[in-house]
Design a protein. Structure first.
Length: 609
């Protein structure tokens, strides 16, 4: 080994800031700067001749490179103070004064920091590449000056082109599906190139393999000195995401169509009982749009008391997690409209199993409740009719049995009688009995006719005119008995009634008032009418004999019931008009006091049924 020479050349080399060494042709160290010796950890005053190969053991082809006598560079590493240092050495031929190669000049730099940064950058790039592959996000870059377009590997993968593919702007735009997508990206690229306007748009491409694919294309302009120099952007494969979103929208549309066409009010509330979803039936019932209902609670929409009950139910469901099923509720809206509902409330859970609201389902049962009331009313009417039927059967049985017994007795008398004069008397009695039987049968037939009629046709009738008509027909009878009529009924007052029944009612009540007048005073009949709620009340009052209601109150409208000793009293009139009134859905009551008079009140329904 040859020692380093201590010459002026040596001292010049020693002080060079650049780590430099001189090698002989066989690679032996001839001389070196202190900085070079320091890099390799060699003593500054070492007199040992060292071969370069011993310092760069990890460079297998170093000997071959030195033999070529041409410039080259190598990267290598050394262990120094238990740390690995990366070095970069540049080799150049060393010439003498006659341009003969006498060795090699080596300049070495410690590039540990650069290598460390490169390795870190590789890790980052690898991580980014992995994330890019997982997220299916690629990138692209366009050099405005050179018009060169760069695609990363993932972008190429999305387009299904080989890694060697070199794109250009025209080809890149032509990958977009013809029509909206291609026109849109052309416009966006033009705007970003000329105005620097960024974009982020969902579009469809057709890949090299002919597959249609949804992508998210984004671009941003890079400015230098107020000039667009580069365009940079991302390119993401969102095909599966778009298909999933479309499927979700399809399912949402299906669900919306389903709940909107159910004959039920459906709503979803949050923990504060505010509506977050409503179906069309709920909107129609409340007379508001979805936008107007979302965010509203029951206090905004219903009567305060009803809203409080509903809120208490909501809190109970949310607290206990127990549903309320099929509970009858009454809803009263702000405008006073009342509806009967059959309501169910079910707790709503999120994906973590925590309750975050409730689902409500309400069915309008108002028509059912109305039918129930009608059925209940029908049952009551049927019960009344049944009682009337039993009573009528008793009457028929009693009256016909009486007539039958009378006939039997007279016929027996006729058989046993020999004298012609007595026989003639008995025959006259039989004739009268026959007439009475016919009259009874006519009365019974009239009652049967009233009670078996269906679909009675009621009409709006001016009450004052109907009363005047009856009074006109009774004018001679009233004049004969010096009757005073006080008709206070409003000339515009209307009622719904069967015309023939109304004539019968007024006729019977007025004639009874005249028949049973008091002999001690001039008869006065007062007629009034007033409306209370949904009914009209016709009152016919007299100052006649009156009726002892304590004795006869339960028989007042019975068949063949009489309460005064008058030969022309038959006890059929009140019975018939009571049946007529009830057949029209009305009722009749009486107030009376002996020797002071009677007042009959007839109740007519306001509207036709």
């Amino acid at each position: 080994m040859k020692a380093i020479q201590r010459t002026s050349q040596h001292y010049l080399l020693k002080q060079l800031p650049k780590a430099t060494a001189l090698l002989s042709k066989d690679g032996t160290l001839v001389d070196a700067s202190d900085s070079w010796l320091d890099i390799f950890g060699l003593p500054l005053k070492s007199g040992l001749a060292i071969n370069i190969h011993s310092l760069m053991e990890d460079t297998d082809d170093l000997a071959d490179q030195l033999k070529k006598n041409a410039p080259f560079s190598i990267r290598h590493k050394i262990e120094k103070s238990r740390d690995i240092h990366w070095l970069e050495s540049n080799f150049n031929p060393w010439f003498d004064e006659k341009e003969n190669i006498i060795g090699t000049i080596v300049q070495t730099d410690d590039i540990s920091k650069e290598v460390e940064m490169e390795m870190e950058l590789k890790k980052v790039n690898k991580m980014l590449k992995t994330k890019s592959e997982v997220a299916k996000v690629g990138c692209w870059e366009f050099n405005v000056e050179t018009e060169e377009l760069y695609w990363c590997d993932e972008t190429k993968k999305i387009h299904q082109v080989p890694e060697s593919y070199q794109p250009n702007v025209t080809d890149a735009i032509n990958f977009y599906k013809q029509g909206f997508s291609r026109n849109k990206i052309s416009m966006l690229f033009h705007k970003i190139l000329n105005d620097g306007q960024s974009y982020n748009q969902r579009l469809m491409i057709v890949t090299k393999k002919g597959e249609e694919k949804w992508v998210n294309a984004a671009g941003k302009a890079i400015m230098e000195d107020d000039k667009i120099t580069r365009l940079f952007g991302t390119f993401q494969d969102i095909h599966e995401q778009v298909l999933a979103e479309a499927k979700i929208k399809e399912n949402e549309q299906l669900l919306t169509t389903l709940i909107d066409n159910l004959p039920l009010n459906i709503f979803v509330k949050d923990l504060d009982s505010k509506k977050i979803l409503v179906n069309q039936a709920e909107c129609d019932y409340l007379g508001k749009s979805r936008e107007e209902l979302i965010g509203k609670d029951d206090f905004d929409l219903y009567d305060k008391e009803v809203a409080k009950i509903s809120r208490d139910e909501d809190l109970e469901v949310i607290k206990t997690l127990k549903p309320i099923l099929g509970k009858e509720t009454i809803s009263i809206k702000k405008d006073g409209q009342t509806t009967n509902f059959l309501t169910s409330k079910i707790p709503l859970f999120d994906l973590d199993g925590k309750v975050n609201g409730l689902i409500g389902i309400s069915m309008d049962i108002s028509p059912i409740k109305k039918k129930e009331d009608q059925l209940r009313n029908l049952i009551n009417i049927t019960s009344i009719q049944n009682k009337k039927l039993i009573n009528f059967a008793h009457i028929v049985s009693h009256n016909l049995r009486s007539h039958s017994a009378n006939f039997s007795m007279l016929l027996e008398f006729l058989k046993s009688e020999d004298q012609e004069e007595e026989k003639n008397k008995i025959l006259k009695m039989l004739t009268r009995a026959s007439d009475n039987l016919l009259e009874t049968l006519e009365n019974l037939n009239e009652v049967v006719d009233i009670n078996t009629r269906v679909n009675l046709k009621k009409e709006p009738i001016v009450l004052h005119d109907a009363i005047s008509k009856v009074l006109h027909n009774l004018s001679a009878f009233m004049e004969k008995n010096h009757v005073t009529i006080q008709n206070h009924v409003d000339k515009e007052q209307q009622i719904w009634s069967v015309p023939a029944y109304l004539d019968s009612i007024i006729l019977n009540l007025v004639t009874n008032a005249i028949k049973y007048r008091s002999p001690d005073r001039k008869p006065v009949i007062t007629i009034n009418a007033k409306q209370i709620e949904q009914r009209t009340i016709l009152s016919i009052a007299d100052n006649g004999l009156g009726i002892d209601l304590e004795r006869h109150g339960d028989k007042i409208f019975g068949m063949y019931k009489t309460f005064h000793n008058r030969k022309d009293a038959k006890g059929i009139g009140l019975y018939i008009i009571k049946n007529q009134i009830e057949a029209m859905g009305g009722s009749i009551t009486v107030n009376s006091e002996v020797d002071k008079g009677s007042t009959f009140n007839v109740y007519f329904n306001e509207k036709s049924e």
